[in-house]
Design a protein around this ligand. Structure first.
Ligand code: AHM
Length: 337
């Protein structure tokens, strides 16, 4: 039997390989691992909400049942606040960022951005959801207050990023810019164990992932690309939870698209805590991520915490091919829009 390597052990080992490492980032990653286990426990119980009480109501024990995305948000904040390594957080569930007071005199230099429960509309129907996170170094001095400017960093400035997929198994995947590794939660010992070492995305795949229900709302070049995928006998897979869709693509190859529509002219997905962390991971695994207007996601300026972006992400050959379609067809005026 192979020796089990737990997430904590792996983080520590990696830290020792970097002579300048202070252990602060490692501690932060471990805190996120703890939060992920707590969220996982609640996500697994989601089906019991109907028995124990509906979110927003009281369960049979008289406890208020919280919506899971708010619960996940709270747990991540709690874990990060108490660690002393995190100066501030921004989340999909928070209008503004939150700064944390110093813990035991430590001057925290990291910021964490996250979507606590991506694809949360899937929870009610027992379909996979996930947590996405990104870690930045603060730009301002650790002696002063955090400002909005600290968060306005490009994806290429990310120090680390990861996601947790609460699926048939729960898996935590992360990168610190030196490859991607995945850890599957073994519920019997309560540990994330290394299961996917140095993950690489196949350069091409047989599936594409897009909400094809919006076909008529997409620009011409997007429709032509989708026609091409369909004509090439590629399979269409769309879960409606970006973490799940991107995870499948990381494992099997393929492309995920969320283009601009009439309802979302800038795209629907959030740049800071959805597109950037996943793009960092995908690039680290050998894939590519660009907007549907062909800019590299990680090079985009961030001007707003909740800024949206369009995205085409996945296997490198497929993203390149997508790019060729956009270049070819966006030059042609569309009469059907
Ligand atoms: P959410 O943050 O409200 O859960 O929305 C994000 C989700 C993504 O996970 C998913 O890819 C997308 O929204 C699905 O959107 P649509 O239903 O428009 O296809």
């Amino acid at each position: 039997m192979n020796r089990i390597v737990t997430l904590d052990e792996f983080i520590l080992r990696t830290q020792k390989e970097i002579s300048s490492a202070t252990g602060e980032l490692s501690a932060l990653l471990r805190d996120i691992g703890v939060a992920a286990k707590i969220v996982n426990r609640e996500v697994n119980k989601a089906g019991l909400v109907n028995i124990l009480g509906v979110a927003g109501s009281e369960n049979t024990h008289g406890e208020t049942v919280q919506k899971l995305d708010l619960y996940a948000n709270e747990k991540l904040i709690d874990c990060l606040k108490n660690s002393g390594e995190c100066a501030a957080v921004a989340s999909e569930e928070l209008e503004d960022f939150i700064s944390f007071p110093n813990v035991k005199g430590k001057k925290a230099k990291y910021l964490v951005v996250f979507d606590p429960l991506d694809g949360s509309s899937n929870i009610d129907v027992n379909v996979s959801v996930g947590t996405i996170f990104g870690i930045y170094r603060r730009k301002s001095k650790t002696t002063g207050p955090i400002s909005m400017d600290d968060f306005m960093q490009k994806g290429s400035d990310l120090v680390a990023a990861g996601y947790v997929l609460y699926g048939t198994s729960t898996i935590l995947v992360y990168t610190t810019g030196n490859g991607v590794n995945g850890f599957t939660l073994d519920p019997s010992i309560g540990e994330f164990c290394l299961s996917h070492r140095d993950v690489k995305i196949p350069p091409s795949g047989k599936q594409y992932s897009v909400n094809q229900g919006y076909y008529l709302k997409f620009d011409l070049e997007m429709r032509r690309y989708i026609d091409y995928c369909s004509d090439s006998n590629m399979g269409l897979r769309y879960i409606g939870s970006m973490v799940s869709d991107v995870h499948r693509i990381i494992c099997n190859g393929g492309i995920f698209l969320y283009p601009n529509t009439r309802k979302y002219p800038q795209g629907k997905l959030r740049l800071l805590y959805e597109c950037n962390p996943l793009s960092f991971i995908v690039e680290q695994a050998g894939g590519q991520a660009i907007t549907c207007q062909l800019e590299r996601i990680l090079d985009l300026d961030v001007n707003h915490l909740h800024q949206r972006a369009t995205i085409a992400i996945g296997s490198s050959d497929m993203v390149k091919e997508f790019q060729e379609f956009v270049e070819k067809y966006s030059a042609i005026p569309s009469f059907s829009n």
